[in-house]
Write a protein that binds this ligand. Structure first.
Ligand SMILES: [Zn+2]
Length: 256
């Protein structure tokens, strides 16, 4: 089901907070359609996968390569076109996890992450006795260690497919923990390929396979899967055909 209604990436964290019945400070509203979907499925665990540089245009242009993700929507899922809130990874992910714009969370660079006093939805749930996990790059993981139950740090590396496979493997393995309520993970191949001008179809296919593997593990746990992009693909502003339309990314919520 595709919703034309404009929502923003800031609404993900408030929606998760409402679903898990915890308090989160954000001006953004939760998304009613997602809550209704979640309440009717009663998932044991929620997995949030952020796909770096997956913007809405990429999602439609590479529909064939992203077949598995498209099918998740068609089988039993919701699709939203979401307004992006930043053009860079670190502040965008901080906004996804806090429900706050960059000015409010103050996280612009990797080394701001540890200094921020604002708690992410992961830490808020953890503090309420609902265990959470993250599989992310080492710089982003370090500030979370000791603050949430399961932290998987993956070092950045030349082989971005190996990197994404490690993130995927950790995401799948932590789903075996039955007390777990929320997992966050971040896949990066599309962004890396875009920056280097390499064949984006190859990166899209690899992402598709990783999402397929994660979706299978989510299905086994009767879980709910959120998939979204973090920002518009870099270099889009040079594209005259699309002009200055606001940057949007897909948000998929599904029961695989
Ligand atoms: Zn990014």
């Amino acid at each position: 089901m595709f919703f034309m209604q404009a929502i923003s990436l800031l609404q993900i964290a408030p929606t998760l907070a409402e679903f898990f019945e915890v308090h989160l400070n954000s001006q953004a509203r939760s998304v009613e359609q997602i809550l209704e979907f979640a309440y009717s499925r009663k998932p044991q665990v929620v997995v949030l996968v952020v796909i770096d540089s997956l913007d809405f245009r990429f999602y439609t242009d590479f529909a064939d390569e992203l077949r598995e993700i498209q099918e998740l929507v068609e089988r039993d899922g919701l699709l939203f076109e979401c307004e992006a809130v930043s053009s860079h990874t670190t502040p965008a992910i901080a906004s996804i996890l806090t429900g706050l714009p960059s000015e409010a969370h103050g996280i612009f660079m990797d080394n701001d992450v540890g200094k921020s006093k604002i708690k992410s939805i992961l830490e808020i749930l953890e503090d309420e006795g609902k265990p959470t996990a993250a599989a992310i790059e080492t710089n982003g993981a370090e500030p979370l260690s000791g603050r949430i139950s399961y932290v998987f740090a993956v070092d950045d590396r030349e082989d971005i497919f190996e990197y994404d496979e490690l993130i995927t493997t950790h995401t799948i393995s932590v789903l075996k923990k039955h007390d777990l309520r929320l997992v966050f993970s971040h896949l990066r191949a599309i962004d890396r390929f875009a920056h280097r001008g390499e064949d984006l179809r190859v990166a899209a296919k690899a992402i598709n396979e990783n999402v397929r593997a994660i979706a299978n593990a989510v299905r086994e746990r009767n879980g709910l899967l959120f998939i979204c992009g973090d920002h518009e693909m870099h270099g889009r502003d040079k594209d005259k055909k699309y002009g200055k339309a606001p940057a949007t990314v897909p948000l998929i919520v599904c029961c695989p």
